[in-house]
Write a protein that binds this ligand. Structure first.
Ligand code: T1G
Ligand code: NAD
Length: 647
């Protein structure tokens, strides 16, 4: 049974019990629809309280039904039936009332909620818009301005704010159902309020719509749903509720069938599956009460910040006082910047730093549950660090390396208790980037691996298990992506055309702009090291640029030229001349052909990574690309895209 009814005198209490999120599945909709009819006919019932079982009201429509045609009764029909019921329905909300859950509450005649309740219309994150009246009833209750922020810009209203806006009739304390029952009894003596659908709606001036269009279009960065939600809000405001409802439904059904929504739903489920890999079910994580970070450079400081943001005390170890001071200053600057952005209070920023102990010696690490090494990308330096850690840390302390390219088995060589060693590959800036590649060595015991995934959950990161290969999953695909981009340059395609195509596809920047920002010398040195090992690596256009001193923005120019103090890339005749010996006659390729070539290259490398068992699933590879390399979410990832191409 996913919907239950209990009777309290003249009040019927209807509870949606459909764990884990009380999604409005077909079964729930069917039972609710039958209940409206039955309770209308039940002469003993004078009012109905509708609530959710467990910690929330309703998490939304059942997204798992989206791959199929809508099954009746539809949610709009159910909501309309409740709105037209013979007796008042009072929504009683604790926790989340999201998407269809908020729309269901809108169809009720009155609403009570706790202050901590959360109301949102997150449909745009799934590439759709509210499809059951959210863009039509909500503005008629709280005004168009705030409704736009909720439906098209991911604004969440807590119970208090919802009450201020008139969406909630009364804020109540737990026990929620008792409070709702009392409210319902009181309300019986008062006339029913005008349903939201029949309330007037003041339409803003055209300039207000234009301003919203500009604002939402900028934030959407190519995703289509936010502006379509605004379109539905505007149409309903200018053409009335009924027309607005029909138009909203048409847009919803169109987007529900779109590739963009399929991609975003795919990522939604992949992100929720990532922290709980099948192979770790039932394996308990080890304690994570304290952590050490070795190396207070770019990565070490970011990792320390991420740990502190999760409330984990940190010992930050550097090689000398000066380097330590520099690291602590950089760490403090991160929290100071967050305070200035108002994402941290003064007190929270200070507390973050209070939880950091700086040290040059390793003694302070003796009690740590976890120590993450983030020193120079040099095997000898890393080995030396782990030799000390092996002596100083507890035998059960988890020791992790943040190496980008070195084989973690080589780093762990000679380490006592290697079963507690693991690779934790963070991405820069580590306090921001969500991806965490988790790289066990053969000796890593399951509890340590499970703790890596638990650490990711604590840090709010997306964990992906990677096998050991050069570059693990992400940097290996990145190398292939860059090689294919340079192959197109050798074919005569201008770097600026390639970058423009990839920006049009949705990347923040193209492969050559990105190389100029990160530095061409990093991959150049990588290729030189491989050549020194005797590997046959052909000369690349990038090599010619680096040999001529063009290492990117840090040397004033790389693939592009830059005006002094300016990061805007300018196509460079000097660069074109330098790479000319390796470049064919100018070749114009259409942007979609450029995109296809690069996505195919990534997908081919991804398939090889799967075949070699380096990644566990195509969606893991897509999570790496989306959360580590800025692959545009609305396309799902290279593996998702290639799976949708006609074979
Ligand atoms: N449908 C189906 N399954 C869902 C679901 C949903 N709406 N939401 C979550 N799940 C699954 C999820 O995949 C996971 O499964 C488990 O529930 C726990 O999720 C008509 C059309 C509600 C805040 O976009 O934001 O309504 O991995 O780990 O951290 O206009 O889930 O355990 O097998 O996230 O406690 C709009 C999406 C839908 C909200 C709870 N609603 N969900 O967070 O649990 S479209 C949303 C969330 C819509 C209307 C339109 C969160 C949560 P598994 P979880 P949580
Ligand atoms: P970095 O040069 O910015 O910082 C390294 C720090 O380690 C320096 O501050 C140095 O003083 C310190 N250090 C060196 N030897 C030490 C020792 N024996 N004890 C304590 N501290 C010592 O380097 P980074 O960019 O932070 O990279 C660190 C590690 O993270 C490397 O393995 C790198 O491959 C990896 N990584 C880097 C990135 C990135 O984008 N920079 C991304 C992921 C992983």
């Amino acid at each position: 049974m996913s919907v239950t009814v209990t009777h309290r005198g003249p009040i019927a209490v209807v509870t949606i019990d459909n764990p884990p999120v009380n999604a409005l599945s077909l079964a729930v909709r069917t039972q609710l629809f039958a209940l409206v009819e039955a309770l209308d006919a039940d002469e003993h019932v004078r009012a109905i309280v509708l609530t959710g079982g467990g910690k929330l009201f309703v998490g939304g429509a059942d997204i798992t039904e989206f791959g199929r045609p809508v099954e009746l009764p539809s949610l709009p029909a159910l909501i309309e039936r409740i709105e037209n019921a013979a007796k008042p329905w009072i929504a009683a909300v604790r926790g989340a009332a999201l998407g269809g859950g908020l729309e269901l509450a809108l169809g009720c005649h009155r609403r009570v909620a706790t202050a901590e309740a959360r109301f949102a219309l997150p449909e745009i994150n799934l590439g759709i818009i509210p499809g059951s009246g959210g863009t039509q009833r909500l503005p008629r209750l709280i005004g168009i301005e705030t409704a736009i922020r909720v439906a098209a810009e991911n604004l969440t209203l807590d119970g208090t704010r919802a009450a201020e806006l008139g969406f909630i009739d009364r804020l109540v304390q737990e026990p929620l159902v008792d409070a709702a029952e009392a409210f319902a009894l009181e309300a019986l003596s008062r006339p029913l309020p005008e349903p939201a659908s029949r309330r007037p709606l003041a339409t803003p001036a055209a300039t207000a719509w234009e301003e919203a269009t500009q604002r939402i279009g900028r934030a959407a960065r190519g995703a289509s749903a936010p502006l379509r939600a605004l379109e539905a809000l505007r149409f309903g405001a200018e053409n009335g509720f009924e027309a607005g409802l029909a138009n909203e439904r048409a847009i919803f059904l169109e987007l529900r069938a779109s590739d963009e929504s399929a991609a975003l739903r795919y990522l939604f489920f992949a992100e929720r599956a990532a922290p709980r890999p099948a192979g770790l079910r039932g394996i308990a994580a080890l304690p994570l009460a304290s952590a050490g970070v070795i190396g207070g450079g770019t990565m070490g400081v970011g990792i320390a910040a991420a740990l502190r943001n999760a409330g984990i005390p940190v010992v930050l170890v550097e090689r000398d006082e000066q380097s330590l001071e520099r690291g602590l200053t950089a760490l403090k600057a991160i929290f100071e910047a967050a305070r200035k952005r108002a994402s941290l209070s003064e007190e929270e920023a200070e507390a973050r730093m209070r939880g950091v102990t700086g040290a040059v010696g390793y003694e302070a690490l003796a009690g740590c549950d976890l120590v993450i090494e983030a020193v120079f990308e040099d095997l000898a330096v890393k080995r030396d660090v782990f030799a000390t850690l092996g002596r100083v840390c507890r035998p059960d302390a988890i020791l992790a390396t943040n190496t980008s390219y070195i084989d973690p088995r080589q780093i762990a060589e000679g380490l006592p208790h290697p079963d507690r060693f693991i690779g934790l590959h963070f991405f820069s800036p580590a306090q921001v980037m969500k991806l965490l590649e988790i790289v066990p060595i053969p000796e890593t015991r399951p509890e340590v691996l499970a703790t890596g995934f638990e650490l990711a959950r604590r840090l709010g990161k997306v964990p992906v298990r990677s096998g050991i290969c050069d570059g693990f999953i992400g940097n290996r695909i990145l190398r292939r992506y860059r090689a294919e981009a340079e192959a197109m340059v050798r074919d005569g395609v201008a770097p600026s055309a390639i970058d423009a195509a990839m920006r049009g596809f949705g990347y923040a920047m193209g492969p050559f702009e990105m190389q100029d920002m990160a530095g061409l010398d990093i991959s150049f040195l990588h290729r030189e090291a491989a050549r020194a090992r005797g590997e046959a690596i052909a000369e690349t256009p990038g090599d010619l640029l680096v040999r001529a001193g063009r290492k990117g923005q840090k040397s004033g120019g790389g693939w592009y030229d830059y005006a002094p103090g300016n990061r805007t890339p300018i196509p460079s005749p000097d660069a074109a001349r330098l790479i000319a010996p390796l470049v064919g006659a100018p070749l114009e390729l259409a942007p979609d052909r450029i995109v296809a070539r690069l996505i195919d290259a990534m997908a081919l490398e991804g398939q090889a990574i799967l075949d070699e068992g380096i990644a566990g699933s195509p969606s893991d590879i897509d999570l790496v690309e989306v959360h580590g390399y800025g692959f545009p979410r609305r396309h799902g990832g290279p593996m998702f895209l290639s799976s949708r191409q006609p074979s």
